[in-house]
Ligand binder design. Sequence first.
Ligand code: 3AM
Length: 197
Amino acid sequence: MRLFVGLDLPWTLRERLTLMQGGVPGARWVPAENFHLTLRFIGEVAAPEAEEIDLSLSALRGRGFSLTLAGIGTFSKGGRETALWVGVERNPALDHLQGKVETALQRAGLPPERRRFTPHVTLARLDNSVVPDKLAAFVQARNLFRAATFEVERLTLFSSRLGKEASAYTAEVEYPLASPRPSSTAWQATSVPPATV
Ligand code: 3AM
């Protein structure tokens, strides 16, 4: 099976991303059910290896955190734009979690990922036929995009089946993250002893 580790997105956010789509001929827009944030692509593995990966991810101790999608950009390869995406506001907790996932996967026997982690949510894959001016106008018009912040409460191990139009992703296993550390004020509020009667 073909696997990757990622974050699921709330439906309100998926709907928001869907509303952004359109106006770039040659773009293959990602359907709402496929939106995700990839933490680590794994690739094709056999069942015993998948089991090792699951065990290792189950042992990962991570904490939940807030995340905000913001900004827009493209990936290119060989001088051609291949993907259009929305970015993520600077997020040390996300980077920390991604590092933990990487360590867990190496413990499970995977070779290290050499590419730098560039957090993003893919909005569209781009064909040769994409019109550069339309793409540039799309990016420019949405440069200030910033979505509502949401809470990341779990990691997901996805499987992906490649299809002609779009891949089909299935959430195979979910790994809950611990509640975020309370902020100092919330901590004070909860640690105040109840008034004695
Ligand atoms: O999260 P996004 O949509 O950017 O492009 C694939 C998708 O990325 C990427 O893994 C995510 C889940 O399928 N992907 C596919 N094949 C890949 C590969 N060989 C890959 N990433 C790295 N290496």
